[in-house]
Design a protein around this ligand. Sequence first.
Ligand SMILES: Cc1cc2nc3c(=O)[nH]c(=O)nc-3n(C[C@H](O)[C@H](O)[C@H](O)COP(=O)(O)OP(=O)(O)OC[C@H]3O[C@@H](n4cnc5c(N)ncnc54)[C@H](O)[C@@H]3O)c2cc1C
Length: 413
Amino acid sequence: MDHEVVIIGAGLAGLSCARTLAAAGIDVVVVEKSDGVGGRVRTDSVDGYRLDRGFQILLTAYPELDRWFDLDALDFRRFRAGANVWTGSRFARVGDPLRRPSDLVSTLLAPIGSFADKLRILQLVASVRRGKARSLLSRPEMTTMKRLERGGFSPIMIDRFFRPLFAGIQLDPDLEVSSRRFEMIMRMLAVGDTGVPAFGMGTLSDTLATPLPNGSVQLNRAVLGIDSGRVSFADGGSTTARVVVVATDGPTASALTSVSDPGSRSVAALWFAADESPLAGPVLALDGAASGPVKNFAVMTEVSPAYAPIGRHLAVAAVPGAPARSSELETESRSQLRSWFGPVVDRWDLLRIDRIEHAQPNQEPPFSPKKPVRIDANLFVCGDHRDTASIQGALYSGRRTAEAVLAQFANAT
Ligand SMILES: Cc1cc2nc3c(=O)[nH]c(=O)nc-3n(C[C@H](O)[C@H](O)[C@H](O)COP(=O)(O)OP(=O)(O)OC[C@H]3O[C@@H](n4cnc5c(N)ncnc54)[C@H](O)[C@@H]3O)c2cc1C
């Protein structure tokens, strides 16, 4: 036996699994097919800009964060609560007046729904804040759309606010994802902040990997198959372990093991460099007018100036779904953003388009988290597809799988 545990995949789930096992004194190796750690959470340096792999944000209310990160050490930078909603002719500021009283008047006047809709938001927030967070995941379930309709929200409120917001967070423009996930995200937004580490989302992955023993992460090692504790690599080699943990994305896990493919939610991100910022402050802009393919837009340098060289700005536009060809995507997105910000958009340089086919597992009803992680005595599986489709879900899934492996080892002795 070469190792006690081999983990396949160095995303957040694989890394939190490895950290938990290593802390318990287990000989663990992580094998990763790509050239770096982090999986879907990585940041690339491109001409002095920091480009995350797709537009991602961290929600500080995720319960698992305290266990792994010190937000001050990450130099965590926050978005302003709420959003600037494009209503067809102008942006309307929709904030959280409880946190930022100066947003009260603009929020009440914003043409995103009736006064009753805005009161219903308060009711919704009160409802999702009730009880323990995990109790939300066992509430009666329906699609997000049904939940909003049952909550009495008007079509205009749904289309102008919830649809673009959840197109960004859950890559769910059609509001098909489980109401359990929707309610959980609403709670996280209500009780915490959103933001990014100053030097990019990839800092999370690097921070998680750094304390692992030297040599315990092997990069550029794609796994082809697993057979009773033997892992075979694309380079022709193999290794053996008492337990193998598959910490890949859901579709790959279903190819390597007997778990079912969760399905995929895809997204594209367009990264633009600009001389001047088109938004004032660290705000999230939402398309509340169905004005084009871009549903969410932000200027990352308004949140953290380290995302671009001094004197430059970095903006990101997120397009959920399976978008058209890159040239059409750029043309349509620029045309939409020109209607928001004017002809200055034509002077922005397109740095990169990220297309992420499997950005999140699909979590439509019926959705129950905490899916089994033990397949048999030698084979376990973890990742966001076993828990919730999020950074929280990946971190938690890795840890809970490691704890299941440790329990099995303890029972065997
Ligand atoms: C664009 C985008 C936006 C998102 N927005 C947010 C957000 O705002 N907030 C939030 O909480 N979550 C967000 N998410 C979701 C979150 O990033 C993921 O849920 C989480 O990172 C999943 O981690 P994971 O470890 O389960 O899987 P992954 O990150 O996919 O890690 C799996 C790893 O396995 C490796 N691997 C795959 N196949 C093999 C093989 N055959 N051999 C060896 N290694 C292999 C992969 O290279 C990868 O490193 C977003 C995701 C994307 C892509």
